[in-house]
Design a protein around this ligand. Sequence first.
Ligand code: ZN
Length: 292
Amino acid sequence: MTIGPQSQIPGVYHRRIGDIHVVALSDGVLLRDHHMMIGVSAGEAAVLLARAFRSAFVLSVNAFLIFNKGRVALMETGSGHYLGPTAGHLLTNLAAAGVAPSAVDTILLTHMHPDHSAGLTDMSTGAAHYPNAELVVHANEPRHWFDDAAMARGTEREKKLMFQQAREQAAPYRDRTRTFVQGDVWPGVTAIPSYGHTPGHSSFLIDSCGERLLIWGDTVHMPEVQVPRPEVSMVVDVDPVAAAASRQGLFEMAASERMLVCGMHMHFPGFGHIGRDGAQFRFVPEAWRLAI
Ligand SMILES: [Zn+2]
């Protein structure tokens, strides 16, 4: 009897940028609908989805390992046990990539939402998943999510998933947290402020030997909608107008400089380019590469 595949193979993909190895890791997917977006009707969203030959809004949840000069950074930690069984698979894929959590020396976060920071700590024991890692994040992130007055203004869901999550997940890293505003954050990695989604939301530019990769965090959640319509923001954006301005600016930079980009919610592994036809942007996924 022939037995077919029982589950997907590990979500691991290697992409070299100059001397730096970047490894895309999947944390899984999140299933959402048009209610997540501001500034697009259900009908318009359905048309854009159908145009992309997709039947439902599925967000990849991605993280990236960065290897440079004998060091290992992990950009984002996935969602742990906060967002249901379709996500929270980062540790499995990290193991599939052959990396022990203890080998990670730095955790870089674009921001502190649950699909990014909720894999920092094992909540059943309170122990850090990454015992040797320094936590590196924009100064505005703990400033906002640890602010009791800001938490008091949130909905119950925001209090639990955003504010409480950020506090409990970052707690074991309290004495080994480094904050930045912009500029160099790790060898070959530069932070570019792209505020709006959260007060400290940052993109990271990887630059080595004349090759560059822009990892734009949550600049895009719904590629089918937000690439052609960059003015469409998310209900979870702390400042939707600023988020749209950041998105427009990064699209223009990526298009004019023909820059390789990827993101935490671009369809795994997420690498590609932003093209422009007149005023209209489009995303062109990069073809699978044999060489690394
Ligand atoms: Zn996210």
